[in-house]
Design a protein around this ligand. Structure first.
Ligand code: IMP
Ligand code: MG
Length: 181
């Protein structure tokens, strides 16, 4: 880990909670309840997905819930990143309305990969839901159907997002400053 510190809170616990509740309303208004599957991308989505689905019961939405783990590889440079599945789901997605949940939409490769995968497996529809959207950093054409907050091209942690698998537990989103220049 490079020397760093947690620099500034960008979104507080309360701001996140309020935005998540608005997203729950949006998703509930749009989604067909019968065959809804919420698929979180590990590990960054675990808190966000848990908060989303706890708002669903009030809307009589009872989705199947599962997670997949995807990882990027390909030499470490962002522009060459390929995505592969390291832990898959066994849920039958044929005819399902899938909502993919991730912490942040950055280059777009992860969500583009997951969306294509679930459509190939016979999902009737695939939507995407992210807490944060780093719009400036897109490498492939990908926009989220539901997005919590736009963010500038900072490195951010908290509420599931990590730096080297740390800081996921923070109840707020903060940016990290690297102190080694
Ligand atoms: P994409 O495939 O480039 O859109 O990458 C999305 C993934 O990159 C997210 O699921 C995060 O795991 C990771 N990521 C991108 N930006 C950040 C960040 O600022 N903090 C922590 N993780 C990030
Ligand atoms: Mg992630």
């Amino acid at each position: 880990m490079r020397p760093h510190h947690i620099h500034e809170v960008l979104f507080t616990r309360e701001q996140i909670q309020e935005r998540v509740h608005a997203l729950i309303e949006e998703i509930a208004a749009d989604c067909e309840a019968e065959n809804l599957v919420m698929l979180g991308i590990l590990r960054g989505s675990f808190i966000f997905l848990a908060d989303l689905v706890r708002g669903f019961a009030a809307h009589d939405l009872h989705p199947r819930i599962d997670f997949i783990t995807l990882s990027s590889y390909g030499g470490g440079t962002e522009s060459r990143g390929q995505v592969e599945i390291t832990h898959d789901t066994n849920e039958d997605l044929r005819g399902a309305d899938v909502v993919i949940v991730d912490d942040i939409l950055d280059s777009g490769r992860t969500l583009a990969f997951a969306k294509r995968l679930f459509l190939e497996r016979g999902a009737r529809s695939v939507k995407t839901c992210v807490l944060l959207d780093k719009k400036a950093n897109r490498a492939v054409r990908m926009e989220a159907d539901y997005a919590g907050f736009p963010v500038d091209d900072f490195f951010v942690v908290g509420y599931g997002l990590d730096y080297d698998n740390r800081y996921r537990e923070l109840p707020y989103i903060a940016n990290v400053t690297f102190t080694d220049g």
